[in-house]
Ligand binder design. Structure first.
Ligand SMILES: [Zn+2]
Length: 199
C-alpha cells in the first residue's frame, strides 16, 4: 500500500480538482474514508487468509467493482436530499467511485507486495503498472517509524503529493482565470432591473 496519509491527500486533491464549490466536512470525511477503506482488508492476515486470495490484501476491496458498489452506496445513502440518478447524484457517484478506485491505482504504482486485483471478483489476477517506483508502505505503524518509513515519506512526497498538488493548483488557477473573465453579476443586475422596469 501507499501510506494512509497519501491516499487521503490524493482524495482531497481529487475533490479540490473536480470542484471549486464549498462542500461540507461530511463530504471530505467520506472522501478520505473511501480512499483509505480498501486497506481494511489487512484484517484478512489475522484470519489466516493468504495474501494472494481474492479476499486477501489488495484483493476484492481494491477492485474496480468494489469502488463502483461503494460509490453507489455513498452517493445514495449519505446525501439524502440528492435525487438518485439526478445530475448531482451522478457527480457524487463518479467522484466516490474515483476516489475509492484511486487507492488501488496508487498501490499499483508501489514497488512491493503483490499487485492489485483490479478485476476481482471476476478475476484474481494481480496487476502493477509498468512503472511502479513508489516505495511500498509498511503494514504496521511500528515499521513506519524506521528508515523504511523515511524512504516511504520521501518517495510519496515526490510521486504522490507533488503531482497531486500541481494538478490541484492548476485547477485552482484555471477557475480563477475563468471567474475573472466571466461577466460580473454586478454588471448584469442593473440590466435585469431595467428590463423588468421597462415591461
Ligand atoms: Zn492498499
Amino acid at each position: 500500500m501507499a501510506s494512509a496519509f497519501s491516499h487521503a491527500f490524493a482524495a482531497v486533491a481529487l475533490g479540490k480538482t473536480c470542484t471549486g464549490r464549498k462542500l461540507p466536512w461530511k463530504f471530505w470525511g467520506l472522501a478520505i474514508a473511501s480512499a483509505v477503506l480498501p486497506d481494511a482488508d489487512v484484517i484478512a492476515f489475522g484470519f489466516g487468509i493468504p495474501y494472494e486470495s481474492i479476499f486477501g490484501h489488495r484483493g476484492l476491496t481494491h477492485s474496480l467493482a468494489f469502488a463502483l458498489v461503494w460509490g453507489f452506496m455513498v452517493a445514495s445513502s449519505e446525501f439524502k436530499p440528492v435525487v438518485r440518478f439526478s445530475r448531482e447524484w451522478w457527480g457524487l457517484f463518479l467522484f466516490f467511485f474515483a476516489v475509492t478506485a484511486s487507492h488501488g491505482v496508487l498501490d499499483a504504482f508501489t514497488n512491493g507486495g503483490l499487485g492489485v486485483a483490479f478485476f476481482a471478483p471476476f478475476s484474481s489476477a494481480r496487476y502493477f503498472f509498468p512503472w511502479h517506483g513508489i516505495e511500498v508502505s509498511p503494514l504496521t505503524i511500528h515499521q513506519f517509524f524506521t528508515q523504511w518509513g523515511g524512504a516511504v515519506v520521501r518517495s510519496e512526497l515526490k510521486y504522490i503529493w507533488l503531482p497531486c498538488s500541481v494538478v490541484w493548483l492548476a485547477a485552482w488557477v484555471v477557475r480563477k482565470i475563468r471567474k475573472s473573465q466571466a461577466p460580473s453579476s454586478k454588471h448584469q443586475a442593473p440590466e435585469k432591473h431595467q428590463a423588468s422596469n421597462s415591461k
